[in-house]
Design a protein around this ligand. Structure first.
Ligand code: C5P
Length: 305
């Protein structure tokens, strides 16, 4: 039977500008994504019937939510496989098995990574022959972050996050991630954003010039100072203790500290490997941290391995 293995990265949002809620319930975003070296791995084995199955595996149980990822048709990887089959008319059944490393409900797009991985893997095992551009346009229907996780590297995200455009960027960055004990629902954080901003005039979001200049220059200090996230207030309102985690990283000398996407993962920029180790050490004893991970970015999008 034909088989394929795909590695898909997590993402961080270097800035996350959020506009007023749209009629469809989504929010317009102006973001810069970076794919980082924290990967889920998906293996796909073609079946000789029409069934699509999924099993989830995890070496570490970061969140109780990890156990709650559905192993049925609601799983984003299964939805991706079905969408590819319907869109191309090619393909039969497949057994998907996912080794999870990206925290579930952590603001790092772990579910979207699995969907991106399933698109690449099924395209290969079924011989569907879609180009990456064709896969990216299918991906947008699965979730706002899925097109970027196919793309990888650095990119500007517009629309509700699914419209990807290139950004001039240099350099490789050292990140430290502080994973929380319990995940946060993206939808709940956006709902809290709406509640906190009810009646306010929220401007259309833009990507800050200072962030684009820092990326063009490959300057970690300028990038650290330019990191921003409009969902911070909403996430901290739901999880006030995350403020302590951010403070610990800042006190340890991080060049910048923000929540990743809708949280609760906190991310810290370091100047080099040793600095990243120092920040990780300071965070490792923080009460709010379930785990601390050092990582690098940018890395490639979902790829056959
Ligand atoms: O697109 P995705 O499935 O990742 O979005 C998850 C949830 O996050 C949506 O159902 C919505 O509540 C919220 N969301 C939003 N605006 C966005 C992206 C996500 O309100 N731009």
């Amino acid at each position: 039977m034909s088989s394929a293995t795909v590695r898909a990265p997590a993402k961080v949002n270097l800035c996350l500008g959020v506009g007023p809620v749209r009629a469809d319930g989504y929010h317009p975003l102006a973001t810069v994504y970076q794919a980082v070296d924290l990967h889920d791995e998906l293996r796909a084995v073609a079946r000789d019937d029409d069934l699509i199955t999924v099993t989830m595996h995890s070496d570490i149980d970061l969140h109780a939510e990890a156990a709650a990822v559905p192993e049925d048709d609601d799983n984003l990887a299964v939805r991706a496989a079905k969408m590819l089959r319907e869109a191309t008319g090619v393909g039969g059944g497949v057994d998907l098995s996912i080794r999870k490393v990206i925290p579930v409900a952590g603001g790092m797009a772990g579910g979207s990574a699995d969907a991106a991985a399933a698109l690449v893997a099924c395209n290969d095992v079924w011989g569907a022959g879609l180009s990456r551009a064709e896969l990216e346009s299918l991906a947008g229907r699965l979730g706002s972050d899925v097109p970027f996780l196919l793309h990888g590297g650095n990119a500007i995200g517009g629309g509700r996050g699914e419209t990807i455009s290139p950004v001039l960027a240099r350099g490789s960055y050292h990140w430290v991630f502080a994973m929380a004990h319990e995940g946060l629902s993206t939808a709940a954080v956006y709902a809290e954003f709406d509640r906190l901003n009810d009646g306010d005039r929220i401007p259309e979001p833009t990507v800050p010039d200072a962030l684009l200049a820092a990326l063009r220059a490959g300057d970690p200090e300028a990038l650290g100072a330019a990191l921003s996230n409009d969902l911070t207030e909403a996430a901290l309102s739901l999880r006030p203790e995350l403020d302590d985690t951010l403070s610990i990283g800042i006190d340890a000398g991080a060049l910048g500290a923000i929540l990743s996407g809708s949280g609760p993962t906190a991310l810290f920029l370091a100047s080099d490997e040793q600095h990243s180790l120092d920040i990780a050490f300071a965070l490792s004893s923080a009460a709010g941290c379930a785990d601390v991970v050092q990582s690098r970015g940018p890395v490639a999008g979902a790829r056959l391995s």
